[in-house]
Design a protein around this ligand. Structure first.
Ligand SMILES: NC(=O)c1ccc[n+]([C@@H]2O[C@H](COP(=O)([O-])OP(=O)(O)OC[C@H]3O[C@@H](n4cnc5c(N)ncnc54)[C@H](O)[C@@H]3O)[C@@H](O)[C@H]2O)c1
Length: 271
């Protein structure tokens, strides 16, 4: 059996760039008709057009995933255009920094609204369409921060932890409907989001070098490597996998005490 999505319809949120774009390209390459939902309609349309130019089936819908009316209308548009939904990749997200004292209520609501409520909303409207097809697969894009925390990132960490709970809740609720729900948890990935975050430092390259060293494999991920894992979980190859979280982190969460601790030569001598 090869992984293929011939005859399947996939929805990818935040598909204009980064991990979402790589996922759109991967699923289209594997035969899916792909609907890309993104708040950046211009970038999304460019991505969709370039997929179509290489022989794929792809359409972009303008959609802010934190707005229920926009999500309802975009999902209805996908069903009208492609006839149904088999796969949902809930990927759209933003990064934000701050502890609970320095995070404004507005920023908290924005991060939770896009990163967590956005997944609730797209699932809420896509699941009934999947039920009509008698099954499907949802892949939620979490983070290593779904299982661990970095300092000064309270809203983001909370949203990413929440996505793991939502993954498990939906996996239980819809197993009887043949809908599998899993969460991919990436380490650091080379995307516009990472370059934005690195750009907050006067020396962005230093930040990128530190990120690479945080992963035992010695580098950050390409977006296509996360897309591969998403495609796998969305495919029939993962037919007995539901409610799970797949770390795609180059070993980032393995070393006790972090890589700095390992680099320090702290082996048995300091234990
Ligand atoms: N890049 C990383 O290192 C990394 C690591 C772990 C997890 N993630 C997660 O992966 C996902 C994708 O991240 P990325 O690095 O590709 O980000 P990115 O910023 O490069 O791309 C995000 C995409 O989401 C879209 N988007 C943003 N807000 C939206 C909204 N309200 N509605 C619809 N679309 C919206 C953007 O327009 C963009 O196309 C996010 O959920 C992020 O938290 C990223």
């Amino acid at each position: 059996m090869n992984i293929n999505f011939d005859g399947k319809v996939a929805v990818v949120t935040g598909g204009a760039m980064g991990i979402g774009e790589a996922t759109v390209r991967k699923l289209a390459e594997l035969g899916a008709s792909v609907a890309l939902l993104d708040s950046n309609f211009e970038a999304g349309t460019k991505t969709a057009q370039s997929v179509v130019n290489t022989g794929g089936k792809c359409i972009c819908f303008a959609c802010d995933v934190s707005d229920s009316k926009q999500v309802e209308s975009a999902i209805a548009g996908v069903v009208t255009h492609f006839g149904g939904i088999d796969v949902l990749v809930s990927n759209a997200g933003i990064q934000a920094y701050g502890d609970v004292v320095s995070t404004s209520e507005e920023l908290w609501d924005k991060v939770l609204g896009i990163n967590l409520k956005g997944c609730f909303l797209v699932s809420k409207f896509a699941v009934p369409a999947m039920m009509k097809r008698k099954g499907g697969a949802i892949v939620v894009v979490g983070s290593v921060q779904s299982m661990s925390a970095i300092g000064g990132s309270a809203a983001y960490v909370t949203a990413k932890h929440g996505l793991l709970g939502l993954t498990r809740a939906m996996a239980l609720d819809y197993a009887k409907n043949g809908i599998r729900v899993n969460c991919v948890c990436p380490g650091t990935v080379d995307t516009p989001m990472l370059h934005w975050a690195a750009g907050l430092d006067p020396n962005p390259q230093k930040v990128l070098d530190i990120c690479a060293r945080m992963h035992p494999v010695g580098r950050i991920a390409k977006a296509s490597e996360i897309a591969d894992a998403i495609a796998y979980l969305a495919s029939d190859w993962a037919s007995f996998i539901t409610g799970s979280a797949l770390l795609v982190d180059g070993g980032m969460l393995v070393p006790a005490g972090g890589m700095g601790f390992q680099d320090g030569g702290t082996g048995a001598a300091t234990r």
